[in-house]
Design a protein around this ligand. Sequence first.
Ligand code: B12
Ligand SMILES: *[C@@H]1O[C@H](CO)[C@@H](O)[C@H](O)[C@H]1NC(C)=O
Ligand SMILES: *[C@@H]1O[C@H](CO)[C@@H](O)[C@H](O)[C@H]1NC(C)=O
Ligand SMILES: *[C@@H]1O[C@H](CO)[C@@H](O)[C@H](O)[C@H]1NC(C)=O
Ligand SMILES: *[C@@H]1O[C@H](CO)[C@@H](O)[C@H](O)[C@H]1NC(C)=O
Ligand SMILES: *[C@@H]1O[C@H](CO)[C@@H](O)[C@H](O)[C@H]1NC(C)=O
Ligand SMILES: *[C@@H]1O[C@H](CO)[C@@H](O)[C@H](O)[C@H]1NC(C)=O
Length: 432
Amino acid sequence: MRSVMIPLAGLLLLFLAPGGLCQGCAVSEKERPLVRDLQRKMIYSVDPKVPPNPSILIALRLAQDHNKRIEQDMLKKLSQDAVQRAAKSFSSGQVALHILAQRASCSNPRQISANNSTINLVQLLEQKFKDELQNIVIHGNPLTNFYQLSLDVLALCQLKGRLSPARASILLSPDQKKYYLSGQFSVDTAAVAILAQICLQTTGRPLPPKVTKKLRENVQWLVNKMLAEKKNDGVIGNIYSTGWAMQALSVSSRYLKPGAWSCPQTLRRVLEELPKDTFNNPMAASQILPSLENKTYLDVRRLTCSKDPDNLPLSTPQPTTPTSQPPTIRVTYTVFSDMNIIINNSINVTVPQGSVFFKVMEVAQATDPSKFSFTYTVTSWGPYITSVQGLQADNNQRTYWQLLSNGTSLNQGAGDYVVSQGERLEVRFSTY
Ligand code: B12
Ligand SMILES: *[C@@H]1O[C@H](CO)[C@@H](O)[C@H](O)[C@H]1NC(C)=O
Ligand SMILES: *[C@@H]1O[C@H](CO)[C@@H](O)[C@H](O)[C@H]1NC(C)=O
Ligand SMILES: *[C@@H]1O[C@H](CO)[C@@H](O)[C@H](O)[C@H]1NC(C)=O
Ligand SMILES: *[C@@H]1O[C@H](CO)[C@@H](O)[C@H](O)[C@H]1NC(C)=O
Ligand SMILES: *[C@@H]1O[C@H](CO)[C@@H](O)[C@H](O)[C@H]1NC(C)=O
Ligand SMILES: *[C@@H]1O[C@H](CO)[C@@H](O)[C@H](O)[C@H]1NC(C)=O
């Protein structure tokens, strides 16, 4: 596999973006230990009980420092998982991320072998992408969302899969329904869509002028919308979309007016959060890391593996000492719906200090299952709440269970959000 990829990697050098396209910023050597800590956090987070996560391997591959044994082990597990799931339960965006993880590891995504069979992930994505487009024609919505459609275009573009740039430029054109979730502009979605379209512009293959123009207009609109979400402290959207935004803006300098964005300011803001627990979720860590290294998902196609250092030793993680019984706190938990069926149930719940939202839901469920039973699926971000009191969220109807605290929508999931004394927590059946 490797011998096939090495000449290919050489060829890819030809497609380096033209000079002047990139700006960007990176951590200093003094700040590097923070990056290495983040890498170790991602490595230790690997849980053999849940499917391996391609986003983590992509981030580790885009980093400067490496632990070769860990990366090879992750690659092997991803290959096994891909072969197993190829026939079922694979969304288009998940296939796209698997492709990028394989390519970032200098392995050929067209030939993944495990457990006696070989699959072609690029071909699989071509099919999944077609299914997404078909669903848009029939139902007006993709099977997944425009974040994943953008990942699909990004992966097919980098691997030179079958993809019409003209159709992609229409697919990713400005539209409320594509780029807004729950009435909020989705910076994450916009950022991936920008990277995908910059990729289409820089493959080295000439495009019809009409397509070039359309891609430029799309990117300019997305860049402007994204800048409008920039806060005074440098955060773009929220702290969890900021890494993606940095990637997108750092390849979009020709779309930025001078002074429109200060990469170093945003980087400093992110660095402030690193010593805190903000990026404890390995998925959050994986999405912030590339921008600390002045890297983007567009660099995946340029990675060569032969010269990587093997310089990230792992110390055995400190076992967390069980502290004495923490004090307890009291919170109010409400389940609310005014769509489909009417629900308005509240309960006061006592939990240990430091508990997460999910724990509150479990205690409520155990106390009164008829009102507070719930279901969830395990995703790359952790538990995603799918139903409460039997009322199911449904992608086709764009419904979901939204998490709120004191009336404000949370920017973390039930498995991560730490609750505090007196807080009014709520799950609310909503549309996006
Ligand atoms: C699309 C999307 C949604 C859609 C998902 C349904 C759909 N149509 O696809 C909707 C709008 C419903 C949604 C809801 C939420 N989301 Co959301 N979502 C995204 C987005 C833009 C893309 C996800 C995706 O498709 N990934 C690609 C595929 C290949 O990966 P995947 O793991 O298979 O994707 C699934 C899960 O990610 C899951 N999902 C989506 N959001 C969330 C959030 C959490 C916490 C979990 C556990 C799962 C989950 O839905 C995806 C599709 O099935 C990401 C952006 C990002 N940077 O990742 C934010 C993002 C993951 N969401 C986020 C949040 C906070 C939420 C909510 C908790 C918001 C709220 N206050 O209620 C809820 C989830 C509540 C619950 N029921 O558990 C944050 C998570 C940050 C963090 N540190 O945890 C992100 C990063 C956005 C951001 N920058 O703030 N989301
Ligand atoms: C970031 O990377 C680009 C090339 O991808 C390079 O031109 C630029 O000098 C780098 N910036 C820093 C601060 O390292
Ligand atoms: C290998 O394939 C067999 C038959 O399809 C299946 O039962 C088994 O679980 C697979 N093993 C692994 C490790 O994927
Ligand atoms: C894989 O193939 C070999 C030889 O064809 C066979 O001996 C072995 O049992 C197969 N393993 C699985 C899991 O199918
Ligand atoms: C839900 O019920 C509470 C009382 O338990 C009430 O104060 C509140 O107004 C109700 N909310 C709605 C929107 O009806
Ligand atoms: C929760 O406790 C507060 C006082 O601490 C009380 O006012 C409220 O009615 C309680 N709510 C429920 C649902 O028991
Ligand atoms: C939420 O509101 C309660 C009471 O109004 C307050 O005690 C608590 O500090 C607030 N918590 C958060 C996280 O805003």
